[in-house]
Design a protein around this ligand. Structure first.
Ligand code: PMP
Length: 424
């Protein structure tokens, strides 16, 4: 009943409708940029297969998506699509082997160099995904033979950091110390008991994916100067989003050169897929040779590399994109009367039933997809809707979202919890 034909039809209708559906773009765009509205108004059928089964016409409903990580709206940029298409017709699809065997093409190297320039590092290593990048970094750095490694990790770090750290500790040469979320005093206390011959690695997300708040990278840089640890920062959500050049939160906070390992993904603001590790030549060599998630996995598909490279170029050229998404963050924050710190805006409502109920109302009554996030991803009692904003959204989209939230949330107490944290 919800087989391929209706989905394809829905998709095509979404596309056809897109030229008239988009409200005015956020800033002064060239006409072709209207196409950027497409991914956010496309019919999204996957999360709603159940509704689809109950109601065969459901997939034809157009949805506004506030559930994507395409922060700059680059995934459907015409230049990005064209670059991917040109690369596939010229070079084919797959890289056909691991990056350490024969999978690293000139295009891969060019992208690595572009990312190293963005991050201001000596070099960069592409990985199959951001998840693999964290796994590769953590396992490579803890397999240095002889030297004990202590990993210090923020309690709210991404799953790939948690899994990478756990895996690294399995061999017995590393130990994991989790510090309370952004609690620098707790980290310092843990650092105080570091064995004298141990190598310390502190790893943190820069922009936390479920709370939308930022690590205190300046405090971490100060601690690094005092304790001499390696600082690894996962800028998955902040790269191209933060900083004047889009290098991330470390750039915005003026501490880029105090970060030893910049981890990133190409699957969010780049609108493509893949991960990367921007760092020194020495650390790159270590991850390249010892990071098993990199070594034993096929390199990124060539069209994906071409798409990411073009996305990087577009973000450097179309300067309006970063301010556009940030102005939507401000608008949402002011309109809902809750502090929003980044394009990830958590609307914490408490219980699972409340979160699911609100998400369902937004979906069914307003055609808006705002995912409900529940345990185990977030702690019990802090279930939330996670709004993701993008430069592909318009002011009208955000105004409609706010109106829908206000009319659907009833007596629910909606908060981003940033005010509580600031006070705590
Ligand atoms: N790190 C963080 C902070 C993330 O949020 C994510 C994706 N959710 C990843 C790493 C993994 O990136 P990828 O999707 O490219 O594997």
């Amino acid at each position: 009943r919800c087989g391929k034909p209706s989905i394809v039809q829905a998709w095509e209708e979404g596309r056809r409708g897109s030229s008239t559906a988009g409200a005015a773009p956020p800033l002064n765009l060239p006409p072709s940029d209207l196409q950027h509205q497409v991914p956010h108004s496309l019919n999204s059928y996957l999360p709603h297969m159940r509704d689809c089964a109950q109601n065969p016409t459901f997939p034809l409903k157009r949805l506004k998506l506030f559930s994507l990580n395409d922060y700059l709206g680059l995934s459907a940029h015409p230049d990005v699509a064209t670059a991917a298409a040109a690369a596939v017709s010229q070079f084919g699809m797959g890289a056909r082997s691991s990056g350490v065997v024969g999978g690293t093409s000139a295009l891969h190297r060019e992208l690595e160099e572009g990312l190293a320039t963005l991050k201001g590092t000596q070099d960069c290593l592409l990985c199959p995904t951001g998840f693999a990048a964290n796994m590769a970094v953590l396992t490579a750095l803890t397999s240095m033979g002889g030297r004990r490694v202590c990993i210090f990790s923020d309690a709210l770090n991404h799953a790939s950091i948690i899994d990478g750290a756990r895996l690294a500790c399995r061999g017995g040469s590393a130990t994991l110390h989790v510090y309370r979320h952004k609690d620098m005093a707790h980290l310092e206390q843990l650092l105080g008991s570091l064995p004298s011959n141990a190598l310390a690695l502190v790893i943190t997300d820069s922009l936390f994916s479920m709370d939308g708040d930022f690590a205190d990278l300046q405090a971490l840089a100060a601690l690094r100067a005092r304790y001499g640890f390696l600082l690894a920062v996962d800028e998955a959500h902040a790269t191209l989003v933060c900083g004047d050049r889009g290098a991330g939160a470390a750039e915005a906070l003026g501490v880029s050169d105090q970060v030893d390992i910049h981890i990133g993904t190409l699957s969010k603001a780049f609108g493509a897929l893949g991960g990367f590790v921007a760092t020194s030549a020495v650390i790159k060599a270590l991850v390249l040779n010892k990071g098993r998630a990199h070594v034993y996995s096929t390199a990124l598909p060539i069209p994906v590399v071409a798409a990411a490279q073009t996305a990087l170029a577009v973000s450097n050229r179309e300067h309006w994109r970063r301010p556009a998404v940030w102005s939507l963050v401000e608008r949402l924050s002011a309109g809902l009367g809750v502090p929003a710190l980044s394009p990830i805006v958590p609307l914490v409502v408490g219980g699972e039933a409340e979160a699911m109920g609100l998400a369902s109302k937004l979906l069914k009554e307003h055609g808006m997809h705002v995912p409900a996030i529940r345990p185990p991803t977030v702690p019990r009692g802090t279930c939330r809707l996670r709004v993701s904003l993008s430069a592909a959204h318009t002011v009208a989209d955000v105004d409609a979202l706010m109106a829908a939230i206000k009319s659907s949330s009833g007596t629910l107490n909606v908060s981003t919890r940033h005010e509580e944290k600031a006070g705590s």
